[in-house]
Each structure stands twice: as structure tokens, then as C-alpha cells.
Design a protein around this ligand. Structure first.
Ligand SMILES: CC(C)(COP(=O)(O)OP(=O)(O)OC[C@H]1O[C@@H](n2cnc3c(N)ncnc32)[C@H](O)[C@@H]1OP(=O)(O)O)[C@@H](O)C(=O)NCCC(=O)NCCS
Length: 166
């Protein structure tokens, strides 16, 4: 199937909300991770959508979060693909595209609350974030991270917090 991966624009916002409702259901607004996103904007330079014949079919976003030392890093997610188009590599394509954009930006690391079965092949591991927590439950998923700067995650301990509201 042919699809295009492009930067998210303001015009995509409503379609992304619809897609996330479809993918995560009505309970999505009560998850712990929502605290990190409420009243805060995603990092637009890392957010991409997949479009098939100009129709949006998948989205990946990254939100800024604060490490215990105050450094801001992107938290990957949410990632969602329209149910009828899953298993075609669109999710993987979006994860690679977003991770490349983060790495090229010079960011020291990425965090994710996700399923290790899906994210480990991209290099996400629980080891660098063993001493970090998200200030609330993440199960049945796991907190994982990837470092582009050695020690940027693994030398820290404590709670990851939402960035201040500006
Ligand atoms: C998870 C999701 C984004 C994957 O998108 P996708 O386009 O179907 O993924 P891809 O086609 O790139 O990859 C499919 C592969 O990932 C595997 N996979 C999908 N979800 C998985 C999971 N939770 N754990 C482990 N593997 C998973 C599939 O079995 C498939 O494996 P295969 O290639 O060996 O057959 C999509 O299923 C989705 O939107 N799910 C609902 C929302 C969600 O759970 N988002 C992730 C939050 S952490």
C-alpha cells in the first residue's frame, strides 16, 4: 500500500483526536500519561502523520517531559494506526521517522511508556530508566528509554515530571 509520511500540521489536529479515540477508546483521557500532555503542546518538529490518498491514517507524537535533573527530553506517544491498516509497517515507519528527527535534533534521549514487544526492536530498553519513575502507574506497559548521549538517562534517579505550563 502506498502512503506518505509527512510532518503533522495544524490542519491534522482534529483527525488525530478521532484516530486516538478509535485506537485507545474512551478511557484514554484517564491514563497517567495524560498528566504530561494536558495543556501542553507536542513537539511539532518530531510529530508525523501517515496519509493515504490525502486521508490521515496514522499518527505519532512526542511530548516534552522533564528528567529529574531538569533536562527536557521527548516522550514518544501516542502512536496509532487505523485498525484496518495495521500490520503493514506504517507504525514502524512512523517510529523510525520520529526517532530519526529526534536524534538529528541533538536531543540526548527518548522516553516511552509502551509495549517492550513492539519497541525493543527500535532500541528502547528498560535498563537505562531503572532508577526513573513517571510519578504514577504505567502497567501493563513499561517505561523504557534510548540514550543518544551516554548516561543521559542511566545516571539519573527520581521522578519524570510534566514540563511547566507556559
Ligand atoms: C501498535 C500499532 C501502532 C502498530 O502499528 P502497525 O502499523 O500495525 O505496526 P507495524 O505494521 O509497523 O508492525 C506490525 C508488527 O508489530 C507487531 N505488534 C503490534 N502491536 C504489538 C505489541 N503491542 N507488542 C508486540 N508486537 C506488536 C505485530 O504483531 C506485527 O508483527 P510482525 O511484523 O512480526 O507481523 C497499532 O497496532 C495501533 O495503532 N494499536 C493501537 C494503539 C496502540 O496500542 N499504540 C501503541 C501504544 S504503546
Amino acid at each position: 500500500m502506498r502512503y506518505a509520511l509527512t510532518k503533522e500540521t495544524a490542519a491534522d489536529a482534529a483527525d488525530i483526536e478521532t484516530l486516538m479515540d478509535l485506537a485507545f477508546g474512551p478511557g484514554r483521557h484517564s491514563r497517567n500519561v495524560v498528566r504530561f500532555r494536558d495543556q501542553r503542546a507536542p513537539m511539532p518538529q518530531f510529530c508525523f502523520v501517515a496519509k493515504k490518498s490525502k486521508e490521515m491514517v496514522a499518527s505519532i507524537r512526542f511530548w516534552p517531559v522533564c528528567l529529574p535533573d531538569g533536562q527536557v527530553v521527548p516522550l514518544l506517544g501516542p502512536l496509532a494506526v487505523r485498525p484496518e491498516l495495521r500490520g503493514l509497517g506504517i507504525g514502524r515507519g512512523l517510529v523510525r521517522k520520529g526517532m530519526d528527527a529526534v536524534r538529528l535534533s541533538g536531543a540526548p534521549a527518548i522516553l516511552i511508556i509502551g509495549d517492550p514487544g513492539y519497541y525493543a526492536p527500535f532500541g528502547f530498553r528498560v535498563e537505562p530508566v531503572r532508577e526513573l519513575d513517571m510519578g504514577g502507574p504505567v502497567v501493563p506497559l513499561a517505561l523504557m528509554g534510548i540514550e543518544y548521549e551516554d548516561g543521559s538517562l542511566s545516571r539519573q534517579s527520581g521522578t519524570v515530571t510534566p514540563v511547566p505550563i507556559t
